[in-house]
Design a binder for this molecule. Structure first.
Ligand SMILES: Cc1cc2nc3c(=O)[nH]c(=O)nc-3n(C[C@H](O)[C@H](O)[C@H](O)COP(=O)(O)OP(=O)(O)OC[C@H]3O[C@@H](n4cnc5c(N)ncnc54)[C@H](O)[C@@H]3O)c2cc1C
Length: 465
């Protein structure tokens, strides 16, 4: 009897979890011994960093998963309140075949994790690539070492997994609205090897495929492409928070561009508001007092509802992250039996709201190409061919917009506003145009969504629906 193929995913963010779900659904269609090999269950994740997310665009799958409201559209404004342009979601549907869907990152991550088989996700474990393996038929498997917190946690039936506690891009604050980026959830006491009184020995696992979704500072990327330059600072920092909508804050999204900074307000499901702001500042800075005070200084005099939102948020609920982008395209999105995806391989500025979306696309395409009976080497090469040029174009486009947003000189900003207003008059769907060739993406035919029929996970999901 042919052994099922095994996949191990490093990283439990949006990219890693989507890959785990997609590979799980891709496999299992032919459980008979004479059928093609299948992927065994995979997955791995960490504590979920509850970061507010923003504009998760596109696919029906995502719409179902996200459960967020489809936004009612948005406005582009100036700090005094003048409206430069407006978009609505019917225009998005016309243009891209579906609405813009807003989802809270923690909720999306929870939905993805819930679609994995019981026990597939291991939290609080750190994975290190030991050997990328050889993808040729009969070639050696990839090997991954996992630092497990204690012996009890190590037993997950051999379906390895890993995830990590930290992401130094992020702050570590907790708040009741789910803004905590990387704190230990109350339900998962921290048992890192460093602090546990009886740390277990590391576990070494082999897999036919390793998916490296270990985020912007990816150690796997550094290991397989040691000469590849690290992501570089994009020239601005970003703040984010989620609050219950204060009285008088209506449900229309806006993005407001001022000298050297941008403010965005996005309604979320459940009467909450997601707010974000950016400012062109040197890397590594922190407010002398607290980040809410910094936001008040920079944006407190901007138009409604910015002051109302700042009134509604507590200092500890504001996240701040410097923004980084890929310095150059990597040589490939794969090496040996390792596929890299998400921020690990194409970090981008958030100006198009595409980092997470592109990670989802990566995962879908990878699962499509790496079918259980496919030649793995050819599948991974096809994955790179499809994903590298597309994501690098998104990186470039996002960065261009990011650079525009950092203009500080008032005459230059006045010129920018004039151009935006004029362009919006001539081309009313200005903001949507930025997503042409991006938001109209369609998954390859016969992906995991179709393959899901009949799998254990799909059956469970159907029962729930
Ligand atoms: C301010 C801001 C706003 C954004 N807005 C949007 C938006 O509106 N829409 C959108 O689509 N995207 C947005 N993004 C981008 C989006 O957040 C990222 O692109 C996305 O989260 C990347 O997902 P990922 O799974 O690749 O990486 P991550 O979410 O970073 O996940 C990586 C995971 O791997 C774990 N890990 C790291 N090393 C190891 C290890 N050795 N072993 C085990 N686990 C490990 C980490 O702990 C982490 O859990 C935004 C980003 C920022 C900074």
């Amino acid at each position: 009897m042919e052994q099922p193929r095994t996949a191990l995913v490093i990283g439990g963010g949006i990219g890693g979890l989507t890959a785990a779900v997609a590979l799980d659904r891709r496999g299992g269609r032919s459980p008979s011994s004479s059928g093609p090999p299948r992927w065994s269950r995979s997955g791995r994740a960490s504590r979920w960093r509850r970061t507010p997310s923003a504009r998760w665009t596109r696919s029906r799958w995502e719409t179902r998963c996200a459960r967020g409201p489809t936004g009612r559209g948005g406005e582009l404004r100036l700090p005094g309140g003048r409206r430069l342009a407006r978009t609505d979601n019917t225009a998005a549907v016309r243009r891209f075949g579906g609405p813009v869907v807003i989802a809270h990152r923690a909720e999306l991550v929870a939905l993805l994790a819930a679609r994995l088989p019981e026990g597939a996700v291991r939290t609080h474990a750190t994975a290190t690539l030991v050997d990328p393996g050889d993808p040729r038929p009969g070639g050696r498997p990839a090997r991954v070492r996992i630092a497990v917190p204690n012996t009890a946690d190590a037993d997950d039936g051999g379906n390895a997994t890993a995830d990590h506690h930290t992401n130094d891009r992020d702050n570590t604050r907790a708040d009741p609205n789910g803004n905590d980026e990387d704190t230990t959830p109350a339900t998962h006491p921290d048992t890192t090897p460093a602090t546990h009184p009886h740390p277990a020995p590391d576990l070494e696992l082999s897999a036919d495929l390793v998916v490296a979704a270990d985020g912007i500072h990816s150690a796997v990327r550094r290991a397989v492409f040691p000469g590849h330059p690290a992501p570089r600072y994009a020239g601005f920092t970003a703040w984010r928070f989620v609050v219950p909508a204060p009285d008088g804050v209506r449900g229309v999204a806006h993005e407001t561009w001022g000298p050297g900074g941008v403010w965005g307000t996005v309604p979320l499901a459940g009467g909450r508001i997601y707010a974000y702001a950016t400012a062109a500042v040197p890397a590594g800075g922190r407010a002398v007092d607290d980040e809410r005070a910094e936001l008040l200084r920079r944006f407190g005099a901007w138009h409604h509802p910015v002051p109302a939102l700042l009134d509604a948020v507590g200092p500890a609920e504001v996240l701040r992250n410097d923004v980084y982008t890929a310095a150059t395209p990597p040589p490939a999105f794969h090496h040996g039996r390792v596929a890299l995806l998400g921020d690990a391989v194409h970090p981008m500025t958030p100006n198009l709201g595409q980092g997470g979306c592109q990670a989802v696309e990566d995962a879908v395409v990878l699962a499509h190409e790496a079918a259980p009976d496919a030649d793995l080497g050819a599948a991974l090469a096809a994955y790179t061919r499809q994903r590298l040029p597309r994501t690098m174009e998104v990186v470039r486009r996002a960065e261009r917009i990011g650079r525009l947003s950092t203009w500080r000189s008032r005459p230059a900003c006045a010129l920018r506003a004039g151009l935006m207003a004029a362009t919006a008059r001539l081309a009313p769907d200005l903001a949507l145009r930025a997503l042409d060739g991006i938001a109209d993406w369609r998954p390859p035919a016969g992906t995991y969504a179709a393959g899901a029929r009949g799998t254990r996970t799909a059956a469970r999901r159907e029962e729930q629906e």
